[in-house]
Design a protein around this ligand. Sequence first.
Ligand SMILES: [Zn+2]
Ligand SMILES: [Zn+2]
Length: 330
Amino acid sequence: MEIGGPRRGKHIPVRFWGTRGSVSAPLGHSAVRAKIRDALIAARGRNLSTEEAIDGFIDRDLPFSVSGTFGGNTSCIEIATGGDEHVLCDLGTGLRDFGNHVLARHGPTRPHCFNVFLSHPHWDHIEGFPFFAPAYIAGNRIRIHGCHKNLREALLGQQAVPYFPVPFEFLRATIEFVELEPGVEYQIAGFRVTTFKQSHTGDSYGYRFSRGGKSIVYSTDCEHKAAILDASYPFVEFFRGADLLIFDAMYSLADAVTVKEDWGHSSNIVAVELAQLARVRRLVLFHHEPACDDARIEQVLGETIRYEEISRDGHKVEIVSAYDGLELAV
Ligand SMILES: [Zn+2]
Ligand SMILES: [Zn+2]
């Protein structure tokens, strides 16, 4: 289904093409078999004699961890503009599917402008770029924005000998690197864009996109120490009143404060507390730990929703867990 862009309606569609953290995590044979088995067990005794009944059973009666998957692609999010100018956050493996979608929808001859906002050049956030088909087509324009000074070097490096057969210089699209400064407000592709420095090895940057009274914050690969969260914590202002907060909730709180402290990521509980302090409308748990299967991610989502309910202070934060293929209207 095609969701209209903001020029045709007031909503801004946000599409999740890659939601896994650190490394891609495709479903293997045993995971697929387990889903089929669970679905067949759940179907026993049901009248599923029509296709409609089967669809209804899949969509309404099975948990998402059985009927679907959170997916295995690394970070890539599209904020739709409704035109030929695109806005993307990060270039993880989900970018390959996005590029193929654009070509399938519009054909290879129509020129596009892709505005990319990179959180940081860790591999899981750039590794999709060599497989981005529109980069191989003359006439397309790709503008890679970020606050790091080494983004060009990182993207050229991952396509250099001996890592990849096609060097970056052979790409036929016009590719520019645009350095941004934290705290400065930019106007890009119809959005007001600001960036914020985050705590992560080698630094990472969060982005806030605003347009028509709506705000979307993309904040991945950032460690927030639970002990220092209060209303004066600078991220509260950066997240303030966001309609959508896409947040690195890679770990459970127990992991985040024990074995994985200082690993550069945050937890689902910290996500809720920050979203509550900042009066965020909707929180998206993102950058899933590759070791977690679908059942575990679903369990964490359930626990996070319950934690939000019992800790709520007059402001409800809606919580969803990102999956490859998720579309949200902001
Ligand atoms: Zn990452
Ligand atoms: Zn990282």
